[in-house]
Ligand binder design. Structure first.
Ligand code: HPA
Length: 275
């Protein structure tokens, strides 16, 4: 697709949402596997199915609903992407991050990305929450490849603070006030869909990664390109391959996020008013 065609699609999606929404959001959230429940906390909510939004991809994974929910959370207008797109579904990096540009066009300034991730750092335990301090893009893909979308950002965007220090400090403060601590570490993003081998996990540990997952990186690259401030939160849903003497499964991921969602919900609700 040409850049002109992409920009036209973004504008058409944004125009549809502008007409459909009573109020435009300032904060966007992308909720990963099993964490979509936060959308139920929005007041005066408007829900729009992805398949009704022109040019929006649709998610195909269990645990990813495929709805945009806009409403008020802790006094702020937020838009929640309940369900995201992954490259393992067959989408390109650009398609995966298409909604970010649509939301930027609507005026969002902050993005909270969440995901379920495997713990590589052996000091972590399943069920803990980890702030993403930084990422390693191990997907071999980059959504910004191709002619630069000058309307959104520069050709060579800086990534020295992809995950906002200010927002990480706010998140730590909020967790402390709620009586728990957050881990903070490096997220390595892979294509999936197979989970990693134990040898790969040992390699990622040596490379400086603390958690591993199959999302987030493309979204954050596009968000930072467009000057959106980002906070990333991983739910450590399982220990990565080879750490425990047991196989990995999507059921375990879903069970853990289900168990942790109360803590996660309280954390995000506590952070939003301070943004
Ligand atoms: N590896 C990759 N992606 C994941 C994992 C994992 O162990 N857990 C949740 N998402």
């Amino acid at each position: 697709m040409t850049i002109q065609a992409e920009l036209k699609q973004i504008e058409e999606s944004a125009a549809y949402l502008r007409a459909a929404l009573p109020q435009l959001p300032e904060v966007a959230m992308i909720l990963g596997s099993g964490l979509g429940v936060l959308a139920d906390s929005l007041e005066h909510a408007t829900t729009i199915a992805y398949h009704n939004i022109p040019h929006f991809p649709v998610s195909t994974v269990e645990g990813h609903a495929g709805e945009l929910v806009v409403g008020e959370l802790s006094g702020k207008q937020v838009v929640i992407m309940k369900g995201r797109f992954h490259m393992y579904e067959g989408y390109s990096a650009t398609e995966v991050s298409f909604p970010i540009r649509v939301l930027k066009t609507l005026g969002i300034k902050t993005l909270i990305v969440t995901n379920a991730a495997g713990g590589i750092n052996t000091a972590y335990a399943s069920g803990e929450l980890m702030l993403i301090e930084d990422h390693i893009n191990f997907t071999g893909r980059n959504p910004l490849i191709g002619p630069n979308a000058d309307a959104f950002g520069v050709r060579f965007p800086d990534m020295s603070e992809a995950y906002s220090k200010r927002l990480r400090a706010l998140a730590h403060e909020t967790a402390t006030a709620q009586g728990f601590t957050l881990q903070e570490g490096v997220y390595v993003g892979l294509l999936g869909p197979s989970y990693e081998t134990p040898a790969e996990i040992r390699m990622f540990r040596v490379l400086g990664a603390d958690a591993v997952g199959m999302s987030t990186v493309s979204e954050v690259l596009v968000a930072r390109h467009a000057g959106i401030e980002v906070l990333g939160i991983s739910c450590i849903s399982n220990m990565a391959a080879g750490i425990l003497d047991q196989p990995l499964s999507h059921e375990e991921v879903m069970e853990t996020t289900e168990r942790v969602k109360g803590k996660f919900l309280a954390l995000v609700k506590g952070i939003v008013p301070k943004i």
